[in-house]
Every structure is written in structure tokens, then in C-alpha cells.
Design a protein. Structure first.
Length: 107
């Protein structure tokens, strides 16, 4: 309950300060204008940063996809090399067997 009264007190104090605020004060107007200019500039910078972020994110996704494709192609190539080596080994074995057979027939 106590915090509700404290909040009400603070709110009333803020309202009183706002009522007493002299909006015709040139310094205050200049400060408000400067703050608005800064806010607008920050919003422009935020939009630019968001666009750069989206662009970088797209580039990252494209590069990730290219990397995945490259890795997949590399795996396929390795598999082909292994299969080729196995075929060569098989042919060598068959050649050895044939040579052995030829030697048997010659003797």
C-alpha cells in the first residue's frame, strides 16, 4: 500500500513540474529542437544499420550455402576417389590371380 502512495506522490510531483514548465523559454525550445534532430539522426542511423545487418545476414546465408555445397562436392569426390582406389585394388588382385594362373599353365 505504501508503494502506491509513493508512486502517486511521484506522479503528482512530475505533473506539477510539467505544469510549471515554461514552453516559451528559448533555451528549452532549442534543446527540444536539438533533441528532435538527434532523435531523427539516430533513427536514420538505425535504419541504415538494420539495412546493413540484413545485407550481411543475406551474404552470410549465401556463403553458408556455398560452403555446404562445396563440402558436399568434396565428400562426393572423396567417395569417388575411394571407390576408384578400391576398383584399382580389385583389378590388381585380378591381375595377380591371372598371372598366377598363367604361371601354373606354363609349368
Amino acid at each position: 500500500m505504501n508503494s502506491v502512495f509513493e508512486k502517486e506522490k511521484k506522479l503528482n510531483l512530475a505533473l506539477t513540474k510539467l505544469r510549471n514548465l515554461n514552453l516559451n523559454d528559448p533555451d528549452l525550445k532549442n534543446n527540444i529542437e536539438n533533441l528532435n534532430k538527434q532523435k531523427n539522426q539516430l533513427e536514420i542511423e538505425k535504419q541504415e544499420l538494420e539495412q546493413k545487418y540484413k545485407s550481411l545476414l543475406n551474404e552470410f546465408n549465401n556463403l553458408s550455402e556455398k560452403l555446404n555445397n562445396f563440402q558436399n562436392k568434396e565428400k562426393i569426390e572423396k567417395k569417388k576417389q575411394i571407390e576408384f582406389s578400391e576398383k584399382i585394388d580389385e583389378l590388381n588382385q585380378e591381375t595377380d590371380n591371372l598371372l598366377d594362373e598363367i604361371d601354373k599353365w606354363q609349368t
